[in-house]
Write a protein that binds this ligand. Structure first.
Ligand code: HEC
Length: 257
């Protein structure tokens, strides 16, 4: 046992160096998760950063949120300047949509020892709300078949079409998407094809903290025999890397009358 002695001593030395450092991580923030940070996460981030949401991690419990302190600082500081109009920037924009005062609270808490606060104020578990946000659509068009995303794919774009069985022309003023698997549905381009012309873009649906249908202004005239086209952009976060995923989203059309 000649070797074991020094090895154990070395391990102990390492532990005694690290453990107290972690355990007594200095708490310098006066903001706590339960009182100050959770309400902001719920209000600004929680629809995406909830179990099963499009964000890769939940921020809605202390245990889920505090390990992300470093990443929160990096993400919130670096996304300055992103705009929601830039399709690739909408997530970055969501990350800085919070007013400066709220961002300061998150950054101060994340850099100041991530105190939890009064356990009596700990939030109740929150589940993802995945439902039509504008009531049932008049026309609900589920994907013809579930899309199977292969384990090794991180991104995929799939096109789905629906010949519209309409007896008269109708004016649609909104389109919504009810994701089948919200974690991977990043963007849906909606187009309308009439006759043999190239499909006309109607707009792009994106996940949002406060989901809302895509408003068509002016309304789109759907002729009998026209075809609705949806290009669904799927993307996995690191959380689902290497896993097969399945989605069967539904497109909802709202008519003016
Ligand atoms: C519209 C949905 C949405 C909203 C709202 C949103 N996020 Fe995100 N967030 C995402 C997605 C999606 C990713 C993963 C980015 C990627 O993989 O491209 C992400 C990534 C992150 C990351 C990086 C995680 C990592 O993997 O390192 C942090 C930190 C983060 N979000 C914090 C926040 C905070 C804080 C808020 C609220 C102020 C917020 N997010 C609001 C969708 C959202």
């Amino acid at each position: 046992m000649k070797i074991a002695g020094p090895a154990v001593a070395a391990v102990c030395a390492t532990l005694s160096f690290w453990l107290p450092g972690e355990a007594h991580k200095g708490i310098t923030s006066k903001f706590t998760y339960n009182a100050d940070v959770y309400p902001i996460f719920l209000n600004r981030c929680g629809h995406c950063h909830v179990a099963g949401g499009v964000g890769p991690m939940s921020l809605l419990s202390y245990e889920d949120a505090f390990p992300w302190a470093e990443s929160l600082r990096a993400e919130l500081l670096e996304t300055e300047g992103a705009t929601a109009d830039d399709p690739a920037g909408f997530i970055a924009a969501a990350h800085r949509n919070a007013p400066a005062r709220e961002l300061d609270v998150i950054l101060d808490w994340a850099g100041g020892g991530t105190p939890e606060g009064d356990p009596a104020m700990a939030p109740r578990p929150v589940a993802l709300r995945n439902e039509w946000t504008h009531g049932e659509p008049q026309l609900a068009l589920p994907l013809g078949a579930p899309y199977q995303m292969p384990p090794d794919a991180m991104e995929a774009i799939q096109e789905f079409t629906w010949p519209l069985a309409l007896s008269t022309a109708r004016e649609a003023n909104a389109i919504d998407v009810l994701p089948g698997t919200p974690a991977i549905v990043r963007e849906v381009d909606l187009l309308l094809r009439t006759g043999t012309a190239a499909p006309r873009p109607l707009g792009t649906w994106i996940p949002k903290q406060n989901p809302a249908p895509l408003v068509l202004s002016p309304p789109a005239r759907l002729e009998p025999g026209s075809t609705l086209v949806a290009r669904v952009h799927y993307r996995k976060t690191w959380k689902y890397e290497g896993q097969p995923m399945t989605d069967r989203s539904t497109i909802g059309v709202y008519f003016l009358r």
